[in-house]
Design a protein around this ligand. Sequence first.
Ligand SMILES: [Zn+2]
Length: 247
Amino acid sequence: MSEAPRPSRLAVAADAIHTRRMRKRHLQSVAVIAILASVGVGALLLSGCGDASAKSESDRVLIVLDAGHGGRDPGAVCEGVKEADVNLAIAKCVADLIEADGRLTVKLTRTLDISVSLENRIAVANDADADLYLSIQSNACEYSDATGVVTLVSDTLDEGAPSWQFAEILQDAVTSATGARDRGVRAQDLYLHRAKMPAALIEVGFLTNNGERTQLTDPVYQQTIAQGIYDGIVAYIEYTDPSLAEI
Ligand SMILES: [Zn+2]
């Protein structure tokens, strides 16, 4: 069976996120008109809202990053290395890169080694009306020679869904940045089906492989992965909203 034509899958993803952005901007305009009517333009200018060049927080693309596991659930533990710690270190690097990009903003589901339920992780994204959700995880396997990067999406989606497109772009970006083995994008029974926005989970490498475990605990390699993840997020966002590529 041949794959569905790539352009139409991209178009579906683009439409979905573009519609979300337009809806947000519309709601924002309505809110601004209401404030203007009730407070008056003078008061707004005095309070500093007259700076047309500043990109407001609500006009930025919101990415929710999830560092998998934490607290009572360390995830995979290999040779003293806890998956929860590796995931958080990489998520923080990605968050720094996103914060430095004036078009984007970020929320983390956790910034400490604490327990957060899967429901609450998704609720952070849904409640904030985020544009993208990404869970960052590290893999483990009974075969110590298993290596590479894989990106997962919910098996409730068909292959034309925006989450699939995001996952494919992300997978390409991270394997390009790291040179790690490309294990592709796969559908799996995941909690991600609750997300109201494109959502994926990336497994950035295997803690059960000696070589990859050494890399995954190295801040330089963590930064390389983070750069790949950031590049993938930006590539997806710019495709779905080409106007952002011009900023
Ligand atoms: Zn995990």
